[in-house]
Design a protein around this ligand. Structure first.
Ligand code: PDD
Length: 280
C-alpha cells in the first residue's frame, strides 16, 4: 500500500480517526484500471485528480510525474496484472472543525491495488438499470470522497436486482451512480454535456474518441427519461465497467434486450485501445 510517498505493508497501516476524509469526506479520489500490469489512461486520471484537488483548494504535495511514478511502483510491487488502483487524498489530520485546518496540516494520500477480472459477461449480455432521482450536490464534476448520494442510488439499484441506477434531475438524465450514461438514436450518440452535474469520465473521453473513429456523430446534449426509454441503444461507461450495454431501464426493455450494433462497435474500438496499451 502507498501511504503518502511510502510503500508499506497494509497490515502496518494506521490511519487517524481525525483524518478529515473520515470525518467530513474532505478529500478526492481516483480509480485507475490496470490491464496486464499497465495502467490505462493514468495521465488523464492524474490530471483529473489535480483538478479535483484545485477545486476544493487542496494542494497535493507531489508533482504529477512523481505521483505517476509512485503509482507505477505500487502496481509493480503488488504484481497486479488485472484490476485497478484506488487512490485518495484527504485534507489531512486535525481536530474536528469544519473550517480548513492550518496550512501546516499535510494532506494524506493512500493508494492500493485490487485485483479484479474484467466484467466480460456484462459486456456480452448487458445489464438492467433503474431510474433514481439525482439528489447529489451541485459539484458532481469533482471526484469527491462524499459519495452518499451515489451510495444510496446504487443501493436502490441493488435492491431492485439491477446493476446501476440511472440518475435524473427532474426529467433530465444526468449520469449513473458510478458511471456515465449514453443513448443512441437514429445513428447519433447523445450524452450529458460535461458541466457541474456530471463527472467528466475518463472512459467517457475514450468513448467519444471511439465514436469519432467509427464515424458515429456525437451530440453532447442532455436527454430526458422519456427519451432514454425510446433510444435504440443505451449503455454506460466507467473505469471498472468499461463499456456496458444497458438492456433494461425500469420495466422497459431496450433494443429487444440485446446490446446494439453501435455499442458493439464502440466496445471493439475500446478493446483496440486496451490491446495497444498491453502491447507497449
Ligand atoms: N466511478 N460518474 C460517476 C459518478 C462515477 O463515480 C464514475 C466513476 C464515472 C465514470 O468515470 P471514469 O470513466 O473516469 O471511471 C462517472 C469510479 C469507477 C468509482 O467510483 O469506482
Amino acid at each position: 500500500m502507498l501511504i503518502n510517498n511510502r510503500l508499506i505493508d497494509k497490515d502496518e497501516v494506521s490511519l487517524s480517526i481525525n483524518d478529515r476524509g473520515y470525518q467530513f469526506g474532505d478529500g478526492i479520489y481516483e480509480v485507475i484500471k490496470v490491464y496486464e500490469g499497465s495502467m490505462f489512461t493514468a495521465t488523464e486520471h492524474i490530471d483529473r485528480l489535480y483538478r479535483s484537488a484545485d477545486e476544493i483548494r487542496l494542494v497535493i504535495p507531489y508533482t504529477k510525474d512523481v505521483l505517476h511514478k509512485m503509482l507505477y511502483d505500487l502496481v509493480e510491487d503488488n504484481k497486479l496484472t488485472s484490476g485497478h488502483v484506488y487512490l485518495q487524498v484527504t485534507r489531512g489530520v486535525a481536530p474536528r472543525n469544519h473550517a480548513f485546518p492550518t496550512e501546516l496540516t499535510e494532506p494524506v494520500l493512500i493508494a492500493y491495488t485490487q485485483s479484479a477480472d474484467r466484467p466480460v459477461n456484462n459486456h456480452r449480455f448487458g445489464v438492467s438499470t433503474i431510474f433514481v432521482e439525482d439528489i447529489r450536490w451541485l459539484r458532481c464534476d469533482i471526484k469527491s470522497l462524499n459519495l452518499l448520494g451515489n451510495v444510496l442510488a446504487k443501493q436502490q439499484a441493488h435492491e431492485a436486482h439491477c446493476y446501476e441506477a440511472i440518475q435524473h434531475r427532474g426529467e433530465i438524465v444526468t449520469e449513473g451512480s458510478s458511471s456515465n450514461i449514453y443513448g443512441i438514436k437514429d445513428g447519433v450518440l447523445y450524452t450529458h454535456p460535461t458541466n457541474n452535474y456530471i463527472l467528466n469520465g475518463i472512459t467517457r473521453q475514450v468513448v467519444l474518441k471511439c465514436c469519432q473513429e467509427i464515424g458515429l456523430p456525437v451530440v453532447e446534449e442532455a436527454f430526458t427519461k422519456e427519451q432514454a426509454l425510446q433510444m435504440d441503444e443505451v449503455f454506460l461507461s466507467s473505469t471498472t465497467s468499461e463499456i456496458t450495454p444497458i438492456i433494461k431501464i425500469n420495466d422497459t426493455v431496450i433494443h429487444s434486450g440485446e446490446p446494439g450494433i453501435y455499442t458493439r462497435k464502440i466496445q471493439q474500438a475500446f478493446e483496440e485501445k486496451v490491446q495497444q496499451l498491453t502491447m507497449l
